[in-house]
Design a protein around this ligand. Structure first.
Ligand code: DGY
Length: 319
């Protein structure tokens, strides 16, 4: 019998078509996240689940879904899933690595440039009808070219961000759990630094590490105090890696110059104190949001489902 797959949010059309060719597809037809009750209901008799990073797939859901064999997360991050509970039940958990690397690196750069050069403020002024013309002191930002970029987390996305920095003739320093082999450091023109030194020396600090117990609030008050008052914090990884209250205070007290944020501690709710700060450029978690990439992510999800539901090991298992 054709296995049933439950999908919590509609994916781009070409992906929906491909999934339907392989499975009986049950999905959320409304453009909103589902409640836990709705996920539980959707999972009845389902062998496969396609979850989003915004769906907390916790122990209760995993234990209630008696026929479930795979949770295929439509994201590279998988901190939304209780991996231990899934392992206990022999359920595969998979992610979508590789295919969103370049797209997320592009967006990181969009934030670096937007924050440093005050693009959202400029855009608002140009649209406002209140622009009085060019002025020598209008909306002065900071240069990006030739500055120091500090990358925390040197996996695929961190490296793609570093590659782009070569074009801006930047000095790139990084911190990672494991140091890269010397040939990779040379190819990417990277220097390894202990975290406190990276924070002290960087003009842009960009986060590219997964959210884990160890990385939660890695950027706390103390870390922010170490940064230069002219520096920018960029986060396209996961919101809780930054202590958001501490960041708001740091922006307010001008301990750092600004921030470019694509992710937040309690998505989709953003504290008013953050929304009100002009020196923070805020995006609604768009890291992987290009059509090509979202289609590629869907294909990876499908490969994992097909493997798991035909008795094979899925290629992108994370548990
Ligand atoms: C991911 O895949 O983890 C990204 O955050 C999606 O944008």
């Amino acid at each position: 019998m054709t296995p049933t797959v439950f999908l919590t949010r509609a994916l781009p059309d070409p992906v929906m078509k491909e999934i339907r060719r392989h499975f009986r597809l049950r999905y959320n037809r409304e453009d909103r996240p589902l409640s836990k009750k709705e996920i539980l209901r959707g999972l009845r008799n389902a062998e496969g689940l396609i979850s989003m990073l915004s769906d907390p797939i916790d122990r209760e859901i995993i234990h209630a879904a008696s026929r479930l064999r795979i949770v295929a997360n439509y994201a590279v991050g998988y901190n939304n899933i209780d991996l231990i509970a899934a392992r206990e039940r022999g359920i595969f958990v998979t992610n979508t690595p590789g295919v969103l690397t370049e797209t997320t690196a592009d967006l990181t750069w969009a934030l670096i440039l937007a924050a440093a050069r005050r693009l959202p403020e400029g855009e608002r002024l140009a649209r406002s009808g209140k622009w009085t013309g060019w002025a020598p002191t209008q909306l002065l930002g900071g240069d990006v070219f030739g500055k120091t970029l500090g990358i925390i987390g040197m996996g695929r996305i961190g490296q793609a961000v570093a590659r782009r920095a070569i074009g801006f003739q930047m000095r790139v320093v990084y911190h990672n759990r494991h140091r890269l082999p010397a040939r990779d450091e040379k190819r990417l023109r990277l220097s390894f630094l202990p975290l406190p030194d990276l924070l002290r020396e960087s003009d842009f600090v960009s986060l590219h590490l997964p959210l884990t117990k160890e990385s939660r609030h890695l950027i706390d008050r103390k870390a922010l105090r170490r940064m230069k008052p002219t520096a920018f914090l960029i986060n396209t990884a996961r919101g809780p890696i930054v202590d958001e209250k501490a960041l708001i205070d740091a922006l307010h007290q001008k301990k750092i110059a600004g921030a470019g944020l694509d992710v937040f501690e309690e998505e989709p709710s953003l504290p008013r104190a953050l929304r009100e700060r002009d020196e923070a450029v805020l995006l609604p978690h768009l890291g992987s949001a290009s059509l090509e990439t979202r289609i590629r992510m869907g294909r990876i999800v499908l490969e994992n489902l097909v493997a798991a539901l035909t008795g094979k090991k899925p290629p992108n298992m994370v548990n």
